[in-house]
Design a protein around this ligand. Structure first.
Ligand code: RB5
Length: 147
């Protein structure tokens, strides 16, 4: 079964649980490491947990959520090997896979999206990395790590 790791802070509990149920309906196994209540937790801790789990291997990608998606995506992108996208719509989610080969996707539980965030997630899942010139650019992104 295809596996996904997910984590969230208190700012995105409802959206995280909705996405988890949706992914399970699609046949994914979801390892949910996020909080399930409204008690405050720190999003960098959630990002770290998810990325460390992802590194164990066997995961297709990771889903990260906080109030805006900003803090948790910034946190994840500080960790080696992570390319976390924060798409605003389905087009950006498609490009995040086709061009950036993102291995994490982030969402904001307090954001009013113009398109259903579930559709944004689905757009990411159904897209494929195009390789070619995009691989060269990704190699350059990864070479920026630690600079
Ligand atoms: C937590 O209140 C909030 O700051 C967090 O969920 C996120 O929006 C940060 O980027």
């Amino acid at each position: 079964m295809k596996k996904i790791v997910m984590a969230n802070d208190h700012g995105a509990v409802d959206l995280a649980l909705k996405m988890k149920a949706h992914l399970e309906e699609k046949g994914f196994e979801v390892n949910h490491l996020g909080t399930i209540d409204t008690a405050s937790v720190d999003y960098p801790d959630m990002a770290q947990k998810a990325v460390e789990e992802f590194r164990k291997g066997d995961y297709e990608f990771g889903v990260l959520l906080c109030g805006t998606g900003i803090g948790i995506s910034i946190s994840a992108n500080k960790m080696k090997g992570v390319r976390c996208a924060l798409p605003q719509n389905c087009y950006a989610a498609t490009m995040a896979k086709q061009h950036n080969n993102a291995n994490f996707i982030a969402f904001g539980g307090r954001i009013e999206y113009g398109e259903d965030p579930i559709s944004i997630l689905d757009a990411f899942i159904s897209s494929e990395f195009e390789g070619g010139r995009h691989q060269r650019r990704i190699d350059k992104i990864m070479a920026l790590e630690g600079k």
